[in-house]
Design a protein around this ligand. Structure first.
Ligand code: ZN
Length: 346
């Protein structure tokens, strides 16, 4: 269990940390205590996320050309996480697995949340935003599989309804799935009412659940553009949803090519020595950069930490219903009207 990198994990240890977070570590002999709480560190971010802002779906098989809305298939059975052994003896693998108790809405990522410094030197968490998206997300999945490693995918709800089959591949590969709002709205936008902000958050989770055939994702959330309105930070706390900023931004959405993604990420990482890395499976250059970037992490002695939630998110029924209403029913027949309906009497 919890092994995808071909590494043997030792006994599991668990540390209760009062009213906050329990981190359970599947690894050798480490026990970690983490105090509860988070610090909201202002609205200005050095760590701006790339913007996908609710794109229309691309034509199947291309990553760039917009097309008409994809038909929405009916939800199917939840995927079973893959447990295949790693075939690559030199894989990056998974160094450690931590379990997160999201009670009270802990915050991760030093760009905004300073309390929970749980990564050890040379440890990284790979995070991918704005998917699922054709071509690029499957490419990222392949690169991670080739290195028997894993990441957290922060999903845009609308994109999940466009491409549920791709999202199912993410979950089936055993990666952690969180949410990144319904439509990538910046929640600090003053034009949005409080109800609209909550709807962006809640519908995002409900859409991911719908696309996964009813399997709830992790209660892990990332604000679009890393803009954290204080009242929504508080709200997520009441919903027991963890918030993810980042420690270092790959700035892949600005990169002119794959090499730039690699260079920016490795330069920042070598300075910091560890961290939660923000990338976008939505972007072509990221997908192209990932095989070499993962090799560089391995060569640099970095180890990937898998973050798993102790319990799935509890979606709210009214938002689950909204998604069902929003998503068009699958087409049962593509025959033209004239071949189905014929006037026989008039
Ligand atoms: Zn984003």
């Amino acid at each position: 269990m919890l092994i995808r990198g071909g590494k043997r994990l030792g006994r599991r240890q668990k540390a209760e940390a009062g009213p906050g977070i329990t981190v359970e570590i599947s690894e050798g002999k480490s026990t970690m205590r983490i105090a509860a709480g988070l610090i909201f560190a202002g609205a200005v971010s050095l760590c701006l996320s790339g913007a996908a802002w609710s794109q229309t779906p691309a034509a199947k098989g291309t990553a760039t050309s917009p097309a008409a809305a994809a038909p929405a298939p009916a939800p199917a059975a939840p995927p079973a996480p893959a447990k295949a052994a790693c075939a690559n003896p030199d894989a990056l693998g998974i160094g450690r697995v931590v379990e997160i108790d999201t009670t009270g809405g802990p915050g991760f990522g030093f760009e905004h949340f300073k309390q929970l410094d749980f990564l050890r030197d040379k440890e990284v968490v790979l995070t991918f935003d704005d998917g699922p998206w054709p071509v690029n997300t499957p490419s990222v999945l392949k690169s991670l599989a080739d290195e028997c490693t894993t990441g957290i995918f922060f999903i845009i709800g609308k994109h999940a309804t466009y491409y549920p089959e791709i999202l199912k591949q993410v979950a089936a590969a055993g990666h952690t799935v969180g949410s990144h709002t319904w439509s990538h709205a910046t929640l600090t936008n003053k034009k949005l009412t409080e109800d609209q902000r909550k709807e962006e958050i809640e519908k995002g989770f409900s859409a991911v659940k719908w696309a996964l055939g009813g399997a709830s994702p992790s209660p892990f959330f990332r604000f679009p553009a890393l803009q954290h309105p204080p009242e929504m930070v508080t709200y997520l706390g009441t919903r027991n949803i963890a918030m993810f900023s980042c420690d270092l931004d790959s700035f892949d959405f600005k990169a002119r090519n794959a090499q730039q993604v690699i260079d920016v990420t490795m330069n920042k990482l070598d300075k910091l020595g560890k961290g939660i890395i923000l990338m976008h499976d939505f972007h072509k250059h990221t997908a192209e950069a990932l095989p070499a970037l993962l090799r560089k992490l391995k060569a640099g002695g970095y180890k990937v930490v898998q973050m798993k939630a102790k319990a799935p998110v509890q979606t709210l029924p009214q938002y689950d219903e909204m998604i069902v209403k929003d998503v068009k029913l699958p087409t049962v027949s593509s025959r033209p009207v004239s071949s189905v309906v014929q006037t026989i009497s008039e």
